[in-house]
Ligand binder design. Structure first.
Ligand SMILES: NC(=O)c1ccc[n+]([C@@H]2O[C@H](COP(=O)([O-])OP(=O)(O)OC[C@H]3O[C@@H](n4cnc5c(N)ncnc54)[C@H](O)[C@@H]3O)[C@@H](O)[C@H]2O)c1
Length: 366
């Protein structure tokens, strides 16, 4: 779409994460949010007023009929992603689709086919890849600062509900339902970020995964998928493993302006280690990134470490990609590999066995 002067965006779904997803479009000098849509009409009108959008709709068809909309930002529950993305592409709009893109590979493949047919841009949005401390860590790893990356270790600590952001019952309800979410709120929905991180920091595909996922009862008909322990093996030589541990520390206060989730990352190489000490939350007053090599530690303080900034940067990347006629940061193949990984971990836990990602890559979805 290079040659366009401005990108005019329509939001579909104006719930919790819209608070952050709007940031890039509001910040970009050549973008604007021109229309919003939510089945909750009052919410759509409130968002339109907040963002200066001229139109508020409660039916997707009406937003897609609006010729002022060039690109659609889809922020609806996962079971609606396929229908919403395909309708937007068929209407000739570019699409930004929140992670996880879909519940199944078949759904994602149908969206990808629709994107090819329409000639419009489809990007899957995974914000951790735009988080400045993660970008710094990747730059260090790729520059050889830790030698050959040998292991990726992630840890997520879920904290006490009620601290941090208010997450309303409607926002929680569809996530706690496997049919509408596609997997657990932690190990599938949040997990998509972690699996993507695991894939980014080692330049080899993930070959096999094993997962223990325990479901903790929170109340009547409410369960959360944690604690969990997911481990995997990367393909090729040298032998490399990764792991992601989820702790359901539901009595602990996690300092956070957003979700009560502390996410830590350690990349261990043949000559050094890089740590990213925060992401969604801010548990400790540590530097966001620390490098160890040759007996010395080096701290990187001068980074924008507020989690919200990753959404701003991700929005800016999508607009720039459309203006410049280039691909957005996350390619569809990359997004598909992450979905394969997430689904393989879920299958491993359900079937109590190690799962080769090829089982899913070649279409045996289950
Ligand atoms: N990148 C991240 O870290 C991150 C964080 C949170 C959510 N998300 C993703 O963003 C999406 C939305 O999550 P959320 O937490 O904001 O959920 P939410 O439930 O708060 O918001 C969803 C909104 O969609 C609206 N909606 C439902 N059906 C609709 C329809 N047919 N047409 C128009 N609107 C409809 C609902 O009324 C609601 O306002 C999900 O894909 C989720 O995984 C990503």
């Amino acid at each position: 779409m290079s040659g366009a002067e401005r990108i005019r965006v329509g939001f579909v779904g104006c719930g919790r994460i819209a608070d952050l997803q709007c940031l890039g479009y509001l910040a970009h000098p050549r973008a604007e949010i021109v229309a919003v849509c939510d089945v909750d009409r009052a919410l759509a009108e409130r968002r339109a007023a907040e963002w200066g959008a001229g139109a508020a709709y409660d039916r997707l068809e009406d937003l897609l009929d609006d010729p002022a909309v060039d690109a659609v930002e889809i922020l609806t529950p996962h079971h609606l992603h396929e229908a919403h993305a395909r309708a937007a592409l068929a209407a000739g709009k570019h699409v930004s689709l929140q992670k996880p893109p879909t519940r199944t590979l078949a759904e994602l493949d149908r969206i990808a086919a629709a994107a090819r047919e329409s000639g419009r841009v489809l990007r899957v949005f995974e914000n951790f890849m735009h988080y400045a401390p993660h970008e710094k860590a990747l730059e260090l790893v790729e520059s050889g600062a830790i030698g050959t990356p040998l292991s990726v270790r992630l840890k997520t600590a879920a904290g006490r509900f009620g601290d941090g952001w208010e997450v309303g019952p409607a926002t929680q309800a569809w996530r706690l339902d496997l049919e509408t979410c596609g997997g657990g709120p932690t190990t599938f929905d949040h997990g998509y970020h972690c699996y993507h991180v695991a894939q980014r920091f080692v330049p080899a595909p993930v070959e096999r995964v094993h997962a223990f996922i325990h479901w903790t009862k929170l109340g009547d008909n409410a369960w959360i998928d944690g604690p969990a322990l997911v481990s995997w093996r990367y393909a090729g030589d040298p032998t490399r493993y990764g792991s992601w541990e989820v702790i359901a520390s539901l009595g602990m206060r996690v300092r956070s302006k957003y979700y009560v989730s502390d996410d830590r990352l350690e990349i261990h190489g043949s000559e050094g280690i890089v740590w990213v000490n925060r992401c969604t939350g801010k548990l400790l007053d540590e530097p966001p990134v620390v490098l160890y090599r040759e007996g010395e530690t080096r701290a990187f303080h001068d980074l924008e470490a507020d989690w919200a900034d990753s959404f701003r940067r991700g929005g800016v990347d999508f607009v720039d990609a459309l203006l410049e006629g280039r691909a957005p940061a996350q390619t569809l193949d990359d997004a598909r590999e992450t979905l394969v990984f997430a689904l393989a971990a879920g299958r491993s836990a359900r079937e109590c066995r190690e799962v080769a990602l090829d089982e899913l890559r070649d279409g045996r979805e289950g």
